[in-house]
Design a binder for this molecule. Sequence first.
Ligand SMILES: [Zn+2]
Length: 370
Amino acid sequence: MYTLRKNLSNIPGWRTNRKIVVIESDDWGSVRTRSKKDYDEMLAKGLEVNRSNFTKYDALESNDDLEQLFDVLSKHKDSTGRHPVLTPMCVVANPDFEKIKASGFQVYHYENFVDTCNCYPNHNRVLDLWRKGIKDRLFVPALHGREHLSVSRWMKLLQENNEGLRIAFDHESWGVSRYKGKEISEYLGAFHPDHASDIPDLVKIIESAGELFKENCGYAPTHFIAPNRESAKALDETFGKIGVKYLTMAKLRHYPLGDDKYKSEFLWLGKQNKELNQLYITRNCGFEPSSSTIDWVNSCINEIVIAFKWRKPAVISSHRVNYIGSINPNNAKQGLNELNRLLSEIIKNWPEVEFMTSTELGEIIALTKK
Ligand SMILES: [Zn+2]
């Protein structure tokens, strides 16, 4: 049943005889769990950070995390003689925890993620490494948002004195969804409005995200994926204004209008939104070795077989959490070993493979539409 569904979902959309592999990796630039010490303390206080691999292992990427990732990518070459490339979906800011606290949780403040890096122990070269990744075409950032949370929902929960969230706040961490057996309501979907009247604030957040992204990366973002929950369709235009031409989305886009109203539309690889000329990219493979002990190399290779059978590029989802070692060094070690093995297997199975960024894939599709 699963294989049948996988095959069917690969049928619609743009086709090619080329063997193209895109690796999209969400969450770079964002804080999650600050450190092993914070993890242990939060757990002891009743925050169920042990329930998800994200709160267990994911943290702001360190110098070492990036260098080790680049080492693995640099070991391999594709049919064009170039190294495999990752498209990290990046946020460019984090909350300024001190200023928010000083305001009595009344006013939200954020800081460039570079300033967050300066408060972490092994992170002083993270921006330089991002830029090196861009220059060497190993790690070419796209946009995942300004900060990885809904400012309005998170601030509201803090103002309501949500105990679990306040504890996480004191540890400058987030992502935890349960406290002492009780669910904490969702707050990570940054562009998912509660009310239609939230849209103007989200527009401003996107505009400032575009500016910060450009300052950090040296170019405007051309590709976007929303964090955690679907973004409002009304925001596509603003993304277009800051430079976004390509959007990664689910095949069934169930987008919020605000006030608990939703609409749906089917998307496929290469579908164009006529009004704004943006192209949609859909993912068809997963590689998340940090999440469970299944053989992720094998399952991802099987998904790539299906994608190529239908003459589709393989667009792999592989979150940052798989490559982070500051909380548990074994997590990064295992993730990088598996990535190394995946890249070897891909190149062995398909010597003609071409690794690309999401934007490069978008550009190729856009050319065939002209
Ligand atoms: Zn994310």
